[in-house]
Ligand binder design. Structure first.
Ligand SMILES: [Mn+2]
Length: 328
């Protein structure tokens, strides 16, 4: 089905139903939250009843998004007519073990996306799911409200690494232009997302970068639980540390490992991967049971720390050796 046909089919599914649940993945990021709340505004405008539910807390930096306070952390009492899952490859990815979902609608832009739902719209070319919701909103004829524009702009800004990933095209800037013209403030969104960090986040950054190792074209760093406690940090404070590693000249891929406990006193390492683009790190993430995009992916490795570091660095080197030569 072409993208155009997918949008038309999805719009008729939406028109035929009244009650919607919208959710996205656990540990939500800017695209998960911006696209979910953006879709909520669209469904509102279409005269639908909509509840947005996330299993995990919403990071404080997204507290400014119009309508974000309507997000609940529990599921509706009665099953909806349809449940929209944004960038999930299964219902479990939402962090809710089971959803009394009605029709399931899967909207995703991950290359590793799976067609698990009753209706699936997967566009690996899309810069963000927020960009897909934008296309849906335009096609619906409902128009782009300022609230919707702010949500979708946040989704696209964060999921393109501030318009720097290879998914950033002329189309991305055209939609950004339309969103700003529709009332999104690029300045206010940037203030909230990039200039409102708690001090603990900057302390974590210092401790993590102190653990940095550079080896050929691969950079990696980690943070232990003990260091997290010392920084007074919460897990969301680790967002973005990996971007400093990939920012180093001559580095093509980077990994950041965050230690966390699992049952039985074992440790595991939640790992963020980044690439400048010549290497596809989603392949490395998939090897360890994770997934994502060419430039940004994630996975979880078992401990101990040295084993996790060795494995992920070796896979990044291997992926780098296999990379397609880019024309100079
Ligand atoms: Mn995304």
């Amino acid at each position: 089905m072409s993208q155009h046909d997918s949008i038309a089919a999805l719009l008729s599914l939406l028109h035929e139903r009244q009650n919607f649940l919208v959710t996205s993945h656990a540990r939500p990021d800017g695209d998960a939250i911006g696209s979910a709340v953006g879709l909520m505004h669209l469904l509102d405008a279409m005269g639908k009843d909509v509840q947005v539910a996330f299993a995990d807390p919403i990071p404080l930096i997204y507290g400014y998004l119009p309508g974000v306070k309507r997000i609940t952390h529990n599921l509706p009492a009665a099953p909806p007519d349809a449940t929209v899952l944004l960038e999930c490859d299964s219902i479990e990815r939402s962090g809710f073990a089971r959803i009394d979902a009605g029709l399931t609608i899967n909207i995703d832009h991950h290359k590793s996306g799976r067609r698990f739902a009753g209706f699936n719209w997967i566009d690996p070319e899309a810069s963000a799911v927020g960009a897909m919701i934008y296309d849906l909103a335009v096609a619906s004829g409902a128009g782009i409200s300022a609230a919707m524009a702010t949500c979708l702009y946040t989704a696209v800004l964060t999921d393109t690494g501030s318009f720097t990933y290879s998914t950033t095209t002329a189309k991305t800037f055209a939609l950004a232009e339309h969103l700003v013209a529709s009332g999104a403030s690029a300045h206010e969104v940037a203030q909230a997302v990039y200039f409102s960090n708690p001090p603990s986040k900057i302390r974590v950054l210092g401790l993590a970068l102190n653990n940095m190792v550079l080896e050929g074209e691969v950079a990696h760093a980690w943070i232990t639980q003990e260091e997290m406690v010392r920084a007074g940090a919460v897990p969301e404070d680790c967002e973005g540390v990996v971007n400093y590693l990939i920012g180093i000249a001559g580095i093509e891929t980077a990994a950041f490992l965050r230690e966390l406990p699992v049952a039985g006193g074992e440790l595991e390492y939640r790992t963020s991967l980044r690439s400048k683009g010549s290497v596809d790190v989603s392949v490395v993430a998939e090897r360890f049971g994770g997934g994502g995009h060419r430039n940004a992916s994630g996975c979880t490795l078992p401990g101990p720390l040295d084993a996790a570091r060795t494995q992920v660095v070796a896979e990044l080197h291997a992926a780098g050796r296999g990379k397609a030569r880019q024309p100079v």
